[in-house]
Design a protein around this ligand. Structure first.
Ligand code: GCW
Length: 834
């Protein structure tokens, strides 16, 4: 019966989700050729598990499912070690009892696994073992990965141990089903204030996480709704925990620090109040009665308007400890977020600096946190920007547990609309040597607790997957979750290793596909940086709004502290000790010395750490202003190249994913031009310095909509001005409007690019007519994060292969819908292939 169910699940998995992206890297696509022959020849017919409880049972089901997909064979599931060859799943203890003659006694750290071939009486046993059942499951996933990657598995002796005990994802899901900074659809956990009735997606998410070795998941927004801890919600949390449990993923919840007052009815939430301590304890006891393996709590306090200890003049240690002490008897952990800063800072004071906040708030408290409290520190000192130095706080906590918080969801990285492979950036931080205490101390070792011999430590990744079929809204973004999990297990893997594994598992083994996808992914962070915020500039997006489009000044003259201080003369935040905010002084001396001096400060971080004139010459020989111009043009060109390269994969990638990725990359190529033009225009206007290569402000073949003949369309200023070409757009207030011009160029083949505005509040329709012939139509139906005319809605339609003759009328017709006015920015007419 059990095996029937496993088979049914395997078949259902295979048919229902074929090539939608749902199975991500666990597709188990049939292996072909010599490899298939070899694997089938050496594959035993039996898989034995020595314990029929999850996660070992889940591991056996996965092995059967995976091998069936990879080899076309269905293994027999057994509970004893047979006299014939078999894959044997069991912990070291179980094996010690069932097959003492194999002498598999070597100690293994928790969650580590051992794949070992044992020959006994002529039979070949592939043993998958570990000290705990979860480790056995990780071993099973590793076996499947090896086979899918074409690695030999017939003579194994391989041990693998996770780098750190904490390998968690966080989800910022709200109880109403929305997700803060989620770009892959609504919550898989919550709907209308309760856990969803159908938690299949949660279990499937658990499987994806387990395949990477992720062992914890917090299931609600760190901007926590206090109601989560209400008695009526506990069964909901328990159901979610039950869906993840088979996969060895323990659930954690985010809590509101004011809960004792808001929910518990006390008149205070002072962490030193005995009643408050008792409330937290009673609440933890209640939760653990329902969910005995609850992993713990995550707490965002005194940050971005969240309640915290400051109102009672208590410290973060007081706050963390009162909650940690409630969890301690149950073995739970308290993750206290290091993301604490004042968002009402006086921008006029040149000594103020948000980047200082994490260190200033926490380093003095080192040693005061309980042993089950963990400070969760964002990779950089600001907030997941495209280029930040490693947070100095990693080096400043010697007697306190810490984890590094990485953001998998692409909040500041183009959301689901841009491809940016983040493991490359994470690697740069994880490998960065902070020289804490003089010795070599890379961030990964500090975060994992190795440097100062802490009892725990590791990695937390903000994932925010959603109900979209492919989890993220972008197929290529799945590589970020994959990379996070792989790095949390082994941060010594290279970005290339990760991307090659992921591509092969996700798209199959065609060398052309592998090479192309790897090249796109590996270059994508630098590319994104090039067109959104090079040289450590960061913060050129709309930081008070959607964190998506361009708004160069949005970060200035407000209390949020993401200042880049660009003015007519220069740019960058002076964070030096000598003349600036002193932030650089928070680093150990080796790092501080290098960054304090312009002579040794790396170009990539220059404007994050120093204020310089636009004419300052970088190590790479260019002036700052010319670098800003060049990098934006390079970035936009690189994305155009990605779309082009992807097209060469037609027929090599399954139809639907091919189409969806192409659409995403083509959109990104257009959006990179929007960024390029907006940022370079702004700096040219502000600095008064021209682009030495003459590109900025001169766009051959571009015709502004406001300069075309307009039937019904009206001209509008766009704010900020850099968000539209010429600072203006045309909008339609009637049922239908059109903009037209008479082509004056030479006869030939052309590409037309129509720049229009696709807001979220309507689906306008557009048509384009050349010399009386309708040649294209489209609708503005992307779900972009804006309802206004700006760079977030600015979108491009490219029409290739258009024959034009002098005197042709080119007419664009727009039909508004809802609140969306079928707006246009410009038309570009460029000779084909340009
Ligand atoms: O990056 C910012 C996000 C907020 C988020 C906050 C945090 C959950 O814009 O949406 O809040 O960070 O990390 O707490």
């Amino acid at each position: 019966m059990l095996s029937k169910l496993i088979l049914a699940a395997a078949l259902a998995g295979a048919c229902l989700h074929a090539e939608t992206g749902y199975d991500a890297w666990l597709r188990y696509q049939s292996i072909e050729g010599a490899l298939r022959v070899h694997v089938r020849a050496t594959l035993p017919a039996v898989v034995t598990m020595l314990n029929d409880a999850d996660p070992e049972a889940a591991a056996r089901g996965e092995l059967i499912r995976g091998l069936r997909g990879l080899t076309g064979r269905t293994l027999r599931a057994e509970g004893r070690i047979p006299r014939e060859s078999a894959i044997v799943l069991g912990t070291l203890d179980e094996l010690g009892r069932a097959a003492p003659q194999w002498n598999l006694g070597a100690p293994l750290p928790e969650d580590g696994y051992w794949l070992k071939t044992v020959i006994d009486h002529g039979a070949r046993y592939t043993v998958v073992t570990a000290s705990n059942p979860r480790g056995v499951m990780y071993g099973a996933f590793a076996m499947l990965r090896k086979i899918a990657l074409g690695e030999p598995v017939d003579s194994l002796d391989e041990r693998s141990t996770p780098y750190a005990p904490i390998r968690w994802v966080n989800q910022w899901d709200n109880l109403d089903g929305s997700i803060e900074r989620g770009y892959g659809g609504r919550s898989i956990f919550w709907e209308n204030g309760h856990a969803r009735a159908d938690l299949t997606r949660v279990a499937d998410y658990g499987r994806l996480l387990a395949s990477l070795g992720v062992n914890g998941c917090s299931i609600n927004n760190v901007n926590a709704n206090p109601r989560l801890l209400a008695a009526e919600m506990i069964p909901d949390i328990a159901r979610i925990a039950a869906a993840l449990r088979p996969w060895g993923v323990r659930v954690a919840v985010a809590v509101d620090f004011a809960s004792p007052k808001i929910l518990g009815g006390l008149d205070t939430f002072d962490p030193l109040d005995a009643g408050v301590a008792a409330w937290w304890k009673q609440k933890a006891d209640e939760l653990y009665r329902a969910i005995p393996d609850l992993a713990g709590f995550v707490l965002k306090a005194d940050s971005e308007g969240r309640a915290g200890p400051s109102i009672y003049h208590r410290t973060h240690a007081d706050a963390a400890n009162v909650v940690a002490r409630a969890l301690a008897p149950h073995g739970g952990l308290l993750f206290y977020r290091g993301f604490v800063y004042d968002h009402h800072m006086d921008w006029r004071n040149p000594k103020n600096d948000r980047a200082r906040a994490a260190y200033d708030n926490f380093h003095g408290l080192d040693g005061q946190f309980d042993s089950n409290a963990v400070i969760q520190i964002k990779n950089g000192p600001i907030d997941f920007q495209v280029r930040e130095p490693a947070s100095p706080l990693f080096a400043a906590l010697e007697k306190t547990n810490q984890v590094i918080e990485l953001q998998i969801t692409q909040e500041y990285f183009g959301q689901a609309h841009h491809t940016v492979f983040l493991p490359r950036m994470w690697k740069a931080t994880l490998d960065f040597d902070l020289h804490a205490g003089g010795a070599s101390t890379p961030v990964k070792a500090l975060a994992a607790g190795k440097t100062f011999h802490r009892p725990t430590g590791g990695f937390a990744g903000v994932a925010n997957v959603g109900l979209d079929e492919n989890w993220f809204g972008n197929h290529l973004s799945q590589a970020n979750l994959y990379g996070f999990g792989r790095l949390a297990w082994d941060p010594d893997l290279t970005s290339r290793q990760i991307v090659e594994e992921w591509t092969r598992l996700t798209f199959g083994g065609d060398p052309k596909v592998d090479g192309t996808v790897a090249a796109i992914q590996l270059g994508s962070w630098r590319t994104y940086e090039n067109y959104t915020g090079p040289l450590g500039l960061q913060g050129l997006t709309d930081i008070t709004g959607n964190h998506y489009g361009v708004n160069v000044e949005a970060s200035e003259r407000n209390g949020w502290g993401q200042w880049h201080r660009a003015d007519e003369k220069g740019v960058g935040m002076d964070r030096t000790v000598a003349t600036g905010t002193g932030y650089i002084g928070q680093y150990p001396p080796t790092v501080a010395r290098a960054w304090e001096s312009l002579a040794t400060c790396p170009d990539d971080l220059l404007l994050f750490l120093h204020h310089v004139p636009y004419t300052y010459v970088l190590h790479d020989g260019k002036t700052v202003i010319q670098y800003l111009y060049d990098s934006h043009y390079e970035g936009a060109e690189a994305v155009a190249g990605y779309a082009h390269q992807w097209k060469t994969l037609a027929g090599l990638v399954d139809e639907r994913r091919y189409r969806e990725v192409l659409a995403q990359l083509e959109y990104q190529a257009g959006q990179a031009v929007v960024w390029r033009d907006a940022v370079t225009e702004w700096f040219r206007r502000t600095s008064g310095i021209a682009d030495a290569r003459g590109r900025v402000g001169s766009y051959p073949g571009r015709f502004e909509a406001e300069a075309m003949h307009l039937d019904g369309y009206q001209v509008r200023d766009v704010v900020p001005a850099e968000d539209a070409s010429g600072g203006k757009a045309v909008v339609c207030a009637a049922a239908e409007c059109s903009a037209w011009l008479q082509f004056a160029g030479a006869a030939g083949w052309y590409t037309l690019r129509v720049q229009y505005f696709d807001q979220r509040n309507g689906i306008s329709r557009y048509r384009l007519r050349v010399a009386g012939q309708w040649i294209d139509e489209w609708q503005a139906d992307l779900l972009l994060p804006t309802v206004t005319l700006d760079s977030s809605s600015s979108t491009r339609r490219v029409i290739h292969g258009v024959a034009l003759r002098p005197g042709d009328e080119i007419r664009i017709e727009g039909r508004p819908d809802g609140g969306e006015p079928a707006a246009l920015d410009y038309l570009e007419i460029v000779p084909e292939n340009q």
